[in-house]
Design a protein around this ligand. Structure first.
Ligand SMILES: *Cc1c(COP(=O)(O)O)cnc(C)c1O
Length: 381
């Protein structure tokens, strides 16, 4: 399970990932393609193993904003199309095309840069992003027809996809998004009539899939739900309990157990002059690995020998736990911060709750210094 010189680990469950993909498939039906959003190192779960698992599960492609993540997939045999969200300068387009990636373009400067390294005989694929009202990035929706029409005059360019992004986190956002989805459908209808409709179109993401907001696009692009994470700030918007967290275990091992004697003037976590007998254990995991310091008034728990034990302190590289309730605890014992140990467990919500973070933010914070293990998946793991 662990390495003696770095006894920390995090486990991701690829069977849960595949099951979440199937649940998305069940909800969108058989006709829409499912692209996987793997930005942010697959929302903290590891871009390459996630992409491999989802390729096997039947994803239509992967989308990320990071050139490095996209290259990692390309260089490690992932066969899916890899689309970059708009994240590069126009002058970077030749490098993206050269690496076999599909860039997103939102202006003519980028289109010209792509066209400069392709030919009408071997045109380069691009996706175009249209802004349907999120107000962040994309060609404004009232200009999109003219833009696509101008691109159609460049035979070295092939507009393979057109997408937008309409995420929402609460019920007011849901109202807004349903209007914007209808506008996107209308826009696709108009482009179809003028012969400018690209083969791949996409607006749906986790929030719309979770509430069943359908559209006429050819695909969706989903992140949160694949990882069993809610896209909602307000949990009453939709029940996502059918999606299971992919991160399933976070652990370390005790490197020392010390019984401080009654009257000892020790300073554990600033509790100077504890002066009461207490046995504490220390594991080599801390804030540098992405653990949050407990929010005031909370007593986060870990599991040692099947028992819930209070966490006394999170320092830069050490975790100190109170072992008074655990008979026989000793160096080498496992300390679980997330996961289950016999009859008791700590789920992702409880783990994230330490610090008042969302589950996604708690997972994203976990450092890439933690050795990751993968459980399940078609290729075993
Ligand atoms: C991140 C992203 C998605 C996926 O969003 P989720 O809410 O995580 O499903 C889809 N489309 C675009 C353009 C994105 O940037």
């Amino acid at each position: 399970m662990t390495n003696a010189v770095d006894p920390n680990w995090v486990v991701h469950d690829l069977d849960a990932l595949a099951a979440n993909f199937s649940e998305v498939r069940r909800r969108v039906g058989p006709d829409q393609g499912i692209f996987a959003a793997i930005k942010g190192n697959a929302y903290g779960h590891g871009a390459l193993p996630v992409a491999r698992c989802l390729e096997h599960a039947g994803a239509a492609g992967c989308m990320t904003g990071s050139f490095d993540e996209a290259l990692l997939l390309r260089e490690n045999g992932v066969g899916l199309p890899v689309v970059l969200f708009a994240g590069a300068l126009a002058s970077g387009m030749p490098e993206l095309i050269g690496a076999g990636l599909i860039p997103t373009i939102v202006d003519m400067a980028a289109a010209d840069a792509v066209a400069s390294v392709a030919t009408p005989e071997a045109p380069a694929d691009v996706y175009v992003k249209v802004d349907m009202g999120l107000g962040r990035i994309g060609v404004p929706s009232h200009e999109i027809e003219a833009f696509l029409s101008a691109l159609s005059q460049r035979p070295a360019l092939n507009v393979a996809g057109l997408y937008t992004h309409l995420p929402f986190g609460d019920n007011a956002g849901r109202e807004w998004a349903s209007g914007r989805f209808r506008a996107f459908d209308d826009l696709l209808g108009g482009l179809d009539v003028s012969g400018l409709l690209p083969p791949v179109t996409q607006a749906g993401a986790s929030s719309s899939v979770a509430v069943g907001l359908a559209d006429r696009a050819s695909s969706v692009c989903v992140g949160h739900l694949l990882f069993g994470l809610t896209p909602f700030a307000d949990s009453s918007v939709a029940d996502i309990s059918a999606f299971k967290p992919v991160i399933c275990e976070l652990g370390s091992r005790l490197i020392q157990v010390t019984a401080h004697r009654q009257g000892d003037d020790v300073a554990i976590a600033g509790m100077f002059g504890l002066r009461q007998g207490k046995r504490v254990g220390v594991a080599p995991i801390g804030a540098a690995h992405g653990l949050q310091r407990p929010a005031p008034g909370t007593v986060p728990m870990a599991l040692v020998r099947g028992k819930r034990v209070p966490i006394i302190a999170v320092s830069l590289e050490h975790l100190t736990v109170d072992l008074d309730g655990v008979e026989g605890a000793e160096a080498g014992d496992t300390v679980l911060l997330l996961g289950s140990d016999g009859a008791t467990g700590i789920d992702l919500e409880e783990f994230a709750g330490w610090s008042g973070m969302s589950c996604l933010d708690a997972v994203l914070a976990l450092s890439e210094r933690l050795p990751a293990q993968y459980r399940g998946g078609a290729e075993g793991g």
